[in-house]
Design a protein around this ligand. Sequence first.
Ligand SMILES: *Cc1c(COP(=O)(O)O)cnc(C)c1O
Length: 848
Amino acid sequence: MNKQKRVSHPIYNLLATDIEGFEFLAELALDMQWSWDHSTDEVWRQLDPELWEITHNPWVVLETVSRSRIEDMLTDSVYRKNVDDLVKIKRQNLDAPAWFQQHHAKSPLTCAAYFSLEFMLSEALPIYSGGLGNVAGDQLKAASDLGVPVVGVGLLYQQGYFRQVIDKDGAQQSLFPYNDPGQLPITPLRRADGEWLRLEIALPGYLVWLRAWQVQVGRIKLYLLDSNDAANIPAHRGITSELYGGGPELRLKQELLLGIGGWRLLNALGLKPEVCHLNEGHAAFAVLERARTFMQETGQPFDVALAATRAGNLFTTHTAVSAGFDRFTPALIKQYLGGYAEHSLEIPLHDLMALGRRDPDNILEDFNMAYLAIRGSGAVNGVSKLHGKVSRHLFEPLFPRWPADEVPVGHVTNGVHMPTWDSAPADALWTEACGKDRWVGTMKTLEQDIREISDAGLWHFRLSAGRSLVDYVRKRLSRQLTAYGAASETVQRAGNLFDPGVLTLGFARRFATYKRPNLLLHDPDRLLLLLTNPEQPVQLIIAGKAHPEDRTGQALIQEWIRFIRQPKARAHVVFLDDYDMLLSEQLVHGVDVWINTPRRPWEACGTSGMKVLVNGGINLSVLDGWWAEAYTPEVGWALGDGQEHGDDPAWDAVEANALYDLLEREVIPEFYTRDENGIPAVWVSRMRESMARLTPRFSANRAVREYTEQHYLPAAAAFRTRAADKGTIGKQMVEWRHELEKKWAALRFGEVTVETKGKQHLYEARVILKEIDPMAVRVELYAEGINDGVPVRQEMMCDSIFADASGWVIYNAAVSDDRPPDDYTVRLIPYCDGVAIPLENSRILWQR
Ligand SMILES: *Cc1c(COP(=O)(O)O)cnc(C)c1O
């Protein structure tokens, strides 16, 4: 080692960058692949076991340990070789063709930009709140595994989401520890010449500087923006301080930075994504900036630019209630976007407002981000089958007179990134049965392979998972109590809490009213009896945060704390505070049953229940979100009748009692019914079926392949078509729309006749088209689906596109006479090759 060099090294740069081999450690520490691939864990543990155990953040470990420690370790040949090998393997893996390269070699997709207000990749990068960030983080990881060319775009929050402590009165207190960027596994994004990439965004009256950061997630890059730049006025430095904090104005500013700033960042990097994926409406301003960029490149006006670019935008909606959409007052939009509309998009503010309104001319109506996202996208999806249906209903007002089931919202059910959520023993078990590469391919044989594991094998795996969880709970609680200065006997009691052989139920989620986190508490005496039954005892772990403004949610937490603090309950229930990704991982590794009790249909999908699948935990949940499509009696337990009952307290009582019944009569006895080898055979078979049937289906691997094949690839192709030749096709589409708008009012239906012949109904419809080009519309015979089935939509044809002497164009169609002729109606809708109807044009004319 060159001592001279070390002395001259500036003292404020404490990183040991001049130590030979350090750059390899840094490369490993800065790739968040360590959040799911645990091959580097030992490297960090050896550097500082205690710090590693607590933080699970390799970058913090690397920045904290002394120079001499790093130097010593790197001169140890075994350690050094391990590091070198890990780097080599990592680089080889990144270069190897993955699923995307193997299956879609000649694809129109070179880059899909994934925009989200939150990303949950690891507790080491706390820029998430919950489910939405979970979906975003897990999809980036799966995209990395599969080689799908995605880049993430998000914000870096100085404080992230709040941290929770429960005070001595059982009340939630919120804390906002500072995210020191130097301690996060991120790096400033620099230009080739070393300059930090910064962007200037115009807010009314001021310019805001944004700093850009880079996160490496395996093959994928996530770019983050923050406004805590020294060149900003103080008010602007705080824009990215907190996730979901402040009021509507702060939220609007954040969404401007994400959408407009995010798209500009991609430009500054020279990236030209064909696809822009909006994870929730928060990011919808990206649609505008993308169109503006296109205007600049092609000289087209805004409407053509939007028509051309929207084909490449995909909007994923995540809420099941209309109140969940972000809305901004006209005054706020005017203040922040008035100048942008006029000078950048070159449209009147009214036209911009119209994109976010149901009724474009209602000047009192707020601006709805989900509406903007819909008007700016080529496809829209919900996040479970049921949520697709719920969303079609929510967005019906944008498609007046269209049947609800034709509202253009499909679904891609979420999935979780299994390698992130499996425990080390689960990883070993699956590797043994299904091989190492099981989550990076098409998963075709997993269901069969995992079934091969014996009852005893599965059961012993579960028993050991239960032991680890109890261990973790004891340690965590003791550490927490010690930190709060609790009496030593309390700490000691925590160190002996729970019993590894006892059935463990887990309930952890946001304490939002619709999730009914207190349903289990409906009859506290019955719950207590159930938990303390000496023959078949049960233990319960609760965790979850309520938003700092949500008093009702906080009261629900307090209700649990009061229940737990009764002497009788204390040994059987525990509330673990500060529910985050690390805690969530530990819980899903070890609980036997994961309970979820939302009010149907308000859980859009839910992902926490999917995390127990790979670990052999079993779900007991209301038939809502993903569980409504996953549940069969072989794989778990269901609550509710699959209908909607609003927030009716009487129905809550019915479901609470059903939950107790289910636990008392089925779940608990099944767990404790053992065969001659001490194995609960029925339980184990349920475990096996849940693992085999559901794990592949509810993995992010499946979800990302679905997004890629059903959305990214077609969207990329459609965008290329429309954008080609400076947006020629886009321009034609706008002209077609304008023509149709002008002449639509003249359209009339005349007589429709039907005659039944042979086994067919023969329809003839007369239509007055006036000057409308018959190729610009389509006449259809329509019948509603029977019992929720698919509706009939049959195109009617005309012999001649020329009107007869009285101006009629005559259309004909034949359908089978299975259904009465009155079931069918004739309708006329817009038609243009490649245009999504009704998403891009919601006109419709019914004969009756
Ligand atoms: C998985 C996860 C969520 C999402 O959970 P749901 O209950 O499915 O909404 C939220 N927070 C954390 C910390 C998680 O790990």
